[in-house]
Write a protein that binds this ligand. Sequence first.
Ligand code: ADP
Ligand code: G6P
Length: 501
Amino acid sequence: STEPGSFTSNGSMIVVSNRLPFVLKRNELTGQLERKASAGGLVTAVAPVVISGNGVWVGWPGMHMDNPKEPIPESDPNDRTPTAGLLSRKVVAVHVEPTVFDSYYNGCCNGTFWPLFHSMPDRATFIADHWRAYSAVNEEFAAKTVGALEQITKEQNNQPNGTPLVWVHDYHLMLAANWIRQAADEKHLRCKLGFFLHIPFPPWDIFRLFPWADEILQGMLGCDMVGFHIQDYCLNFVDCCQRCLGCRVDRKNLLVEHGGRTVRVRPLPIGIPFDRFVSLAETASKVMLTNQKIVLGVDRLDYTKGLVHRLKAFELLLEKHPEHREQVTMLQIAVPSRTDVREYQDLKLEMDQLIGRINGRFTTPNWSPIRYIYGCVSQDELAAFYRDAAVALVTPLRDGMNLVAKEFVACQINTPPGVLIVSPFAGAGEMMHEALICNPYEMDEAAEVIHRALTMPEDERTLRMNHLRRRERIYDVNYWMKSFLQVMGSLEEHDSVGATT
Ligand code: ADP
Ligand code: G6P
């Protein structure tokens, strides 16, 4: 692994993502705007590169501001997160009128692309107004990004550095890159453009259900390089480019020809800040669930995570293997997410009912089978749960990568360790070969896999966990960041470690 900040880009980096790496909140007493840090792993790796390269972050500040000119505050002096050093003049907040933002974010991003790209088209809505809002918001992000690029180019005029690197993130901004390229060309601004999709890219016969599918591909192909977590998503994308747009493609080398340029497509599996999770696990206090083995689930409350299937599999375990009753507790932590979207509200109700039913069925005076936390937990608590769990259930129906699986193994510092169960339909399942692989749709089998995990001999657990931990330690989030810079030709030469992809 590599330390954050131990490598740099040879030009300034402009990161463009739906969310800024912090949210703005108004202090109700003082009326002042304040930054609230968010602790994501991506920010840990990306922020140091942006800051050291004098770069910029373009994104939505997490609230609507009546006066878009109101300045963004500097970070709090006590802020120890990686974005503390991101000066407010290096932050570009994108402001969107609330109703347009609603159609873009709740409508198109989370009502259309999220389910469609997770191969759940029945949950997707296709509404022209939402698509128009998506397009308008992407245009606004592109305009703001080009503004930042102009500024950086001006500042660099006297001391020419490497070419600025623009990095666009995720399914919220699939149209932005092409507009950035066009505007930059018109203004004779040099830049390299990269895109990374944090969710799966679906197969062609799913992707083409979207009425404006061609425009999405054209938007993404505005980049020099398009990155995905795994090879399968890369191949799906290349296939779509060929079949929807008629592009010439090279599947072996993952190249797409478009508009007189060759776009590179690359698998760049994201990792976690491994060492940070280890130190959290070393210091966090013990989880108090007297003499119980913990079967742990940690997810945003999202229908892609397979929570209903997971609870039913746990119910089957208690039914078929009654020896686990009063010995095992399932601890499910679910973070409220996208609560304005109907599908998420429905899932919340379904979970409440299902947990009530299962607990009603099995609870005794001394024990209930499921503990359910609907809320966020602190990083310390999270690390303690990961560390003290006997089994982690990471069983999404579909997931781009899934960081929870990786965070769990990082925190497994106790001997003997616990067992990871992972779905083959998560990107993480592709690489974590020493986990127990479990198809969440096959619930009887899933119950058996949980039983196997709970009864696995210590030496086998140790062997498997050691391998898993070794891999995640090497391929951590800084490795991912460095690989991206290397693929873009933007890694400072003396930081280079040879080909990483
Ligand atoms: P997704 O990106 O779909 O939410 P991931 O598993 O890739 O799924 O990432 C989820 C992230 O959210 C992880 O870094 C995890 O630590 C964090 N997280 C999940 N649940 C909670 C929670 N209840 N409290 C705090 N953080 C959480
Ligand atoms: C996934 C997406 C991210 C998104 C996150 C939380 O990880 O890939 O882009 O930020 O979910 O979702 P939210 O809608 O709250 O931003």
